[in-house]
Design a protein around this ligand. Structure first.
Ligand SMILES: Nc1ncnc2c1ncn2[C@@H]1O[C@H](COP(=O)(O)OP(=O)(O)OP(=O)(O)O)[C@@H](O)[C@H]1O
Ligand SMILES: [Mg+2]
Length: 243
């Protein structure tokens, strides 16, 4: 089967800084892929390039066989790629419902249809009781859920989650993991998660890709990644020592 997403030797520079250096990876339909690496490794930059908020200086990105290397974000969203932001970007003064309606309107011009879809997704993400609350007044955990609901409203086939669980309590994190599993199982969405919490990434991911200093240093099953000497010295070892 052709990969859903294919990144081929993508390079992104900021002046003299190589944020992504010739990164190649493929995501197959139905996978949950973990994307990990130390701060500044280039994870968010790669998400930005995949979603069209930035374009790689070199290399090629294809989604479902279509070249999206220089495609604009709205068009990439239209093709079926959605993302959440590391720093939540809800429209604070709008209600939770209206935030999700904004996502749904990417797919339909009919407001009633968008509203119904948004209401369904608030229920799915267990935010039904927050429907009419202004986004700014939600807890961090609920803001992160709201971003996921808004992303789902665009009917993605590939969902990119950029630290959707960072800053959450252990209980909130466990609930967020459950939500990611339900998105995968019940909605059939392929998922790529950036997370620093290894206890979350390893059991959740079918495959883990590791970046360090803009370079892909490993790509494999979680079982193998946790034993990979290069990954341990670049990232996992430092995290264990920090505890
Ligand atoms: N818009 C930008 N302009 C200049 N430099 C940038 C920009 N965005 C990212 N960088 C730099 O590119 C490198 C990779 O950053 P990126 O945000 O992709 O890392 P990350 O892996 O997401 O890190 P973190 O885990 O801290 O979120 C860093 O050195 C960062 O400072
Ligand atoms: Mg980041």
């Amino acid at each position: 089967m052709a990969p859903l997403l294919s990144v081929e030797a993508a390079t992104k520079r900021f002046g003299g800084l190589l944020a992504n250096k010739e990164i190649s990876l493929a995501i197959e339909p139905g996978e949950i892929v973990g994307l990990i690496g130390p701060n500044g490794a280039g994870k968010t930059t790669l998400f930005n390039c995949i979603t069209g908020y930035m374009h790689p200086d070199e290399g090629r990105i294809a989604f479902d066989g279509a070249d999206i290397t220089h495609t604009r974000p709205e068009r990439i969203c239209g093709l079926g790629v959605a993302r959440t932001w590391q720093v939540v970007r809800a429209f604070g003064r709008m209600t939770a419902l209206d935030n999700v309606i904004c996502g749904a309107l990417e797919r339909t011009n009919r407001v009633a249809e968008a509203r119904a879809r948004a209401a369904d997704l608030l229920d799915f993400t267990e935010l039904g009781a927050r429907t009419h609350v202004a986004a700014a007044n939600l807890t961090l955990a609920d803001k992160k859920r709201l971003e996921i609901a808004r992303a789902l409203a665009t009917r993605p086939r590939l969902l990119l989650l950029d630290e959707a669980m960072s800053g959450l309590t252990p209980r909130e994190t466990a609930a967020a993991v459950q939500l990611v599993r339900r998105i995968h199982e019940e909605l059939g969405v392929t998922i790529c998660v950036v997370e620093h919490v290894m206890e979350v990434v390893m059991p959740l991911s079918h495959r883990v890709v590791v970046l360090d200093g803009g370079v892909k240093i490993a790509d494999g099953r979680p079982h193998d990644i946790v034993r990979d000497e290069r990954v341990i010295s670049a990232y996992l070892g430092a995290r264990r020592a920090a505890r």
